[in-house]
Design a protein around this ligand. Structure first.
Ligand code: FAD
Length: 441
């Protein structure tokens, strides 16, 4: 089942030429295209299905600095400001607000990890408050039980995945950019050692700059160009309930279950980290590089099924530019819901918050979370293909850092001073080390 998603219009004609072409209309591609258009560039945004229909509408909506890896924290901090600024400068509603994030725990180990992160965050000017048992129990009073401790990050927030990517794409249209849904990019053309065009199922756009923000499809696209981009996906299941009660906090994380208030007044429920790994040819190809990541997270992962092979995003086949590609056969990755997870999540939330007993499940959906071996995205121009910039592998954090990532990518493409240091993100690190440092948090 797809997650709820607002619809936006498609531009009538594919342009013959553009200053930049963005491949993939998730939150990353949409923000990238928006920031490029703001600099006066003529931008075309290509989306094989619908804007935001894959990961970017299926996530929880958290925009957090809390517990971010040191490499990603500067981008997370900038993103929170950019979410706010985007709403103010465009009048578009992404549902963003700094409601603060509340984490509660009974585990000394978990609390010690959060305290270590708090100490590190202080050194870079990010404020987060460790909560005593009394404070945690008070903030978590809706659970009607005592807690050993917790953490509250007051400057973090949430945006609404149903509206965010379409809102950004709409802002792009207002700036004169074009949005092409149902239009897959099949590949790129090069002339004189430089990128010269993007080939789509509806024709070729002449351009010297292309950004691949293709989410879970990025590695197989790169493979067509002879570029090795190690990427793996985990299938996670989420559900929404009609919970119209003001007594619940907007956001609450516990190890058992987490919930987030939705724009429609209900809540999104999920179990953090829990997912299934669907075996695919691509997973086998990159398995050694992903071992450290999977070893660290194995307790919450279970083997999946053949859905990953059937959907085609992790195939190893080579495709031709004059024939339909796997992306045209799978317009929207809509993986199977894990029913066991739906039941378990619901049971856990009702146990945690008895007030939710009997609330109706309004929807359930799954999404493939695309990840790199070290849990930090790959962003940067690909050596050997001047003009071709990769921006994928957002490893379960891409929604919240979407504005900062889009801004950084636009900086790289337009040669502006980068909003954050781009070096920790460059994809060349995947070639340097097979055993990258897995993100700490
Ligand atoms: C269950 C779940 C919970 C999550 N929770 C959070 C959270 O709370 N906070 C957070 O920050 N992140 C979260 N994430 C992660 C976050 O959703 C992703 O990191 C982010 O949405 C990635 O954005 P993207 O634009 O890179 O990818 P996507 O949203 O997947 O978009 C990529 C798009 O590219 C298109 N595409 C691919 N190839 C082509 C092509 N060749 N031509 C045209 N179009 C193409 C696809 O159709 C797709 O729409 C969660 C993810 C899931 C699944």
């Amino acid at each position: 089942m797809p997650a709820p998603l607002t619809h936006i219009e498609t531009s009538p004609d594919l342009p013959a030429a553009a200053d930049a072409v963005v491949i993939g209309g998730g939150i990353i591609g949409s923000f990238t295209a928006y920031y490029l258009a703001k600099r006066g560039m003529k931008v075309a945004l290509l989306e094989k299905g619908r804007i935001g229909a894959e990961q970017s509408s299926r996530n929880w909506g958290w925009c957090r600095q809390q517990n971010r890896d040191a490499r990603e924290l500067p981008m997370a901090t900038k993103s929170l400001d950019l979410w706010e600024r985007f709403g103010a400068e465009t009048g578009e509603n992404t549902g963003f607000r700094r409601c603060g994030l509340l984490n509660l725990s009974d585990s000394e180990q978990e609390l010690a990890t959060w305290a270590r992160w708090r100490d590190f965050a202080r050194t870079v000017g990010v404020t987060t408050h460790m909560l005593s048992a009394a404070e945690a129990s008070e903030r978590g009073r809706v659970t009607r039980r005592p807690w050993r401790g917790g953490v509250f990050s007051p400057t973090d927030g949430i945006a609404d995945p149903t509206h965010a990517a379409p809102a950004v794409a709409r802002a792009l249209l207002k700036l004169g950019g074009t949005v092409h849904q149902g239009c897959a990019a099949r590949g790129i053309e090069a002339a004189g050692g430089k990128l010269s065009g993007v080939v789509t199922e509806k024709g070729t756009i002449r351009t010297q700059r292309a950004i691949l923000a293709g989410g879970a499809w990025a590695s197989s696209f790169c493979r067509q160009l002879g570029v090795r981009f190690p990427q793996a996906t985990v299938r996670q299941t989420v559900l929404s309930v009609a919970s119209n009660t003001k007594a619940l906090p907007d956001v609450l994380y516990t190890a058992g279950v987490a919930f987030t208030r939705r724009g429609d007044g209900g809540h999104t429920l999920a179990i953090s980290g829990r997912g299934r790994v669907d075996p695919t040819p691509q997973l086998l190809r990159f398995s050694t590089q992903f071992l450290p990541m999977f070893l660290r997270r194995w307790r919450s992962l279970a083997p999946g099924g053949m859905g990953g092979v059937r959907s085609g995003h992790e195939g190893l086949s080579r495709w031709r530019l004059d024939r339909p590609t796997p992306m045209e056969r799978m317009r929207i990755l809509d993986p199977a819901v894990d029913e066991t997870t739906v039941q378990l999540t619901y049971a856990r939330v009702v146990k945690l918050i008895p007030e939710l007993e009997g609330c109706a499940i309004t929807a359930a959906w799954s999404g493939y979370v695309d990840s790199t071996p070290d849990g930090v995205p790959g962003i940067g121009e690909i050596p050997g293909i001047p003009g071709f910039v990769l921006a994928a592998g957002f490893s379960g954090h891409g929604f919240g850092i979407g504005p900062g990532a889009g801004h950084l990518i636009a900086d790289i493409v337009s040669g502006a001073v980068p909003i954050v240091d781009p070096r920790p993100y460059h994809p060349s690190r995947f070639a340097d080390s097979a055993w990258g440092k897995v993100a700490d948090f």
